[in-house]
Write a protein of this length. Structure first.
Length: 218
């Protein structure tokens, strides 16, 4: 096992794994990844071999174990400050952390009814109570950040940052469920999907052999 090892759920479905994977890939650091398929008889035991919480993702850096997506991202930002995972300006950095924390803690209707399934095409589905309000809030965040802080690049704070890593799984959900987006949000979503590390994750997700019926049969 290399010094940095990221333990993940399978890439087609594990939105929480996608977030720190993107942050780690953005640093350019060498690392090993271990992918554990979810919802299988051996899943819990496989995860327990690495994770004190019994959940993925988990980052190992030598003898140190860090769990929880946002905690891993914060650790990587400190470990690799040159990667610029958070914006340099204090005001932009504060807002980036705020919207990332909101993503981390909220949007339960969207999570429940539009689960991440990168391989799927499910237009018109998932429109349960609360989902439209979550979509409206997400896109309001995107428009606000792009307007206030995104002037020198295509992402929420200009350059690709931890905040974009936090919202990338939502971008894939909007693609899967064919959510109509305003022009600013559409341009942002396209920029995320075309970012090389996001495209690499999505290709790996499409190539995975595992399936989970509870997400595929919505």
């Amino acid at each position: 096992m290399s010094a940095l090892t990221l333990i993940l759920g399978n890439k087609n479905y594990s939105s929480w794994s996608m977030r720190p994977w993107l942050a780690l890939a953005q640093t350019g650091a060498a690392y090993e990844e271990i992918v554990i398929p979810l919802d299988r008889p051996e899943t819990a035991a496989s995860i327990a071999a690495y994770s004190p919480s019994g959940k993925v993702p988990v980052l190992r850096d030598g003898e140190l174990t860090v769990w929880d997506s946002l905690a891993i991202i914060e650790y990587l930002a400190e470990r690799f400050p040159e990667a610029g995972l958070w914006p340099a300006a204090a005001d932009a950095r504060a807002i980036a952390r705020s919207v990332s924390a909101e993503m981390h803690a909220g949007f339960q209707a969207l999570r429940t009814h539009m689960p991440m399934n990168i391989r799927a095409a499910l237009p018109g589905r998932g429109r349960a109570e609360g989902v439209e309000a979550d979509i409206a809030r997400v896109t309001a965040i995107w428009r606000d950040c792009r307007s206030r802080f995104g002037g020198d690049g295509a992402f929420l704070f200009g350059a690709f940052s931890a905040a974009d890593a936090m919202f990338a799984p939502v971008v894939t959900r909007f693609q899967t469920f064919a959510v109509d987006l305003d022009p600013v949000s559409r341009a942002y979503a396209d920029a995320v999907l075309n970012w090389p590390i996001v495209a690499a994750w999505c290709k790996a997700a499409a190539d995975e052999p595992w399936s989970q019926a509870r997400y595929d049969d919505l």
